[in-house]
Design a protein around this ligand. Structure first.
Ligand code: ATP
Length: 191
């Protein structure tokens, strides 16, 4: 089984591209969604309490907004959060792969594959790209957040130009090219 990473900076369109892979019959593991689910496991809650204090807990669960406010303005704290959560996500991914053994390849979708070094454990990486102003306006429209919020998150991501050098496949999502033919081309090359 080939394990293919699917990544892209905030608002690039990786979720849409992941859906196209999925419709084409390729199983997709949504690592960012798994990370959110893991945040509410008792073991993780107690570790987060120890590091970030009780202000990040609301009604016994992790207050993701409070946590985001802390980590998106402090790269060291973001690294600590990732170090707590990501080993669990990766273990879940390995288990998930075992349950999809019959698939010739699977997709691991996550925002920070290239930053985290996880790319080394994958067979190829597909990067979704779009110019930064377009990505920012997509996120503002999608999440109802303001420009500063988006800019704060972008700061923690490797610039797209750097990621292009590291990726094996590029899917251009600046609106000038259809996505489905691009995904089919990747599948063809992988197959
Ligand atoms: P994040 O890292 O924040 O999860 P993402 O890379 O998964 O972002 P998406 O959620 O897929 O990005 O796309 C961001 C927003 O832009 C969504 O609302 C999506 O519907 C919209 N969008 C993405 N691609 C296009 C496109 N080609 N044309 C129009 N809208 C698009």
């Amino acid at each position: 089984m080939l394990k293919i990473g699917l990544t892209g900076n905030i608002g690039s369109g990786k979720t849409i591209v992941a859906e196209i892979f999925n419709v084409c019959g390729i199983p997709v593991f949504d690592a960012d969604l798994e990370a959110k689910k893991i945040l509410n496991s008792p073991d993780i809650i107690s570790r987060l309490l120890g590091v970030f204090g009780k202000d990040i807990i609301l009604n016994g669960l992790v207050d993701r907004k409070a946590l985001a406010n802390i980590v998106f303005s402090d790269p060291d704290k973001l690294a600590i959060l990732n170090a707590i959560v990501h080993p669990h996500v990766r273990q879940d991914f390995q288990n998930w792969c075992t349950s999809h053994e019959e698939s010739p390849f699977v997709i691991y979708e996550a925002a920070i594959i290239l930053e985290s070094g996880f790319a080394r454990q994958l067979d190829s990486v597909v990067l979704v790209t779009a110019p930064e102003p377009l990505r920012i306006s997509r996120v503002i429209n999608r999440d109802g957040v303001n420009r500063e919020d988006v800019a704060g998150r972008i700061k923690n991501q490797l610039p797209e130009g750097e990621k292009i050098k590291l990726a094996d496949f590029i899917i251009n999502n600046d609106g000038s090219e259809l996505l489905i033919p691009q995904v089919l081309r990747v599948i063809q090359e992988l197959g």
